[in-house]
Ligand binder design. Structure first.
Ligand SMILES: [Zn+2]
Length: 140
C-alpha cells in the first residue's frame, strides 16, 4: 500500500440507474470491476493494481442541482491509460454509448507527450482519460 494514494472516490449522481450504466461501461474499459466489497447498496467499482486498490462509488443525489465545475467542489477527474491507443479506444467507446465528448483525443503541452480525451458523465461532471509518457514503465 502506498501511503497517500486515494483509497476511494464517491460521486453523487442525479439518476443512479443512468449513471451506473455509464460508469459500468467507462470503468470496465479502464480495468475496474464491479464489486460488493463495501457494505451497503451503492454501486461500487474497484481497481486493483498490485498492492494498490482504488474504488469508485455512486450515491443518489438528494437535490437536483446541475454540476458546476467552476463552483466549489470537483473540477474534473482524470484516469491514466498506458497508451494513446487506449485514449482512442475510450473515445470510440464513448461514441458507441452516445456520451458527451467535450474534447476529442489530442495532444496538450501540460507535460511532454500528454495525450488526452475529455468527456462528461450524465450529470455533466468532466472526466478525462490521459496517456502521459512520463508515467510509462515496462510491463504496462
Ligand atoms: Zn486533467
Amino acid at each position: 500500500m502506498q501511503r497517500g494514494l486515494i483509497n476511494h472516490l464517491d460521486l453523487t449522481v442525479s439518476d443512479l440507474a443512468r449513471s451506473t450504466a455509464f460508469y459500468d461501461a467507462v470503468l470496465s474499459q479502464l480495468g475496474y470491476r464491479r464489486t460488493t466489497t463495501y457494505a451497503g447498496s451503492v454501486p461500487n467499482w474497484e481497481l486493483q493494481a498490485g498492492p494498490v486498490a482504488l474504488s469508485l462509488g455512486l450515491h443518489a443525489a438528494r437535490h437536483a442541482v446541475p454540476h458546476d465545475r467552476y463552483a466549489p467542489g470537483l473540477h474534473h477527474l482524470a484516469f491514466h491509460v498506458p497508451s494513446r491507443a487506449e485514449v482512442e479506444a475510450m473515445h470510440a467507446r464513448l461514441q458507441q454509448l452516445g456520451a458527451t465528448v467535450l474534447d476529442a483525443p489530442a495532444e496538450y503541452d501540460y507535460t511532454s507527450g500528454y495525450y488526452a480525451l475529455f468527456f462528461a458523465d450524465p450529470d455533466g461532471l468532466k472526466l478525462e482519460v490521459v496517456h502521459e509518457p512520463r508515467f510509462d514503465r515496462a510491463g504496462d
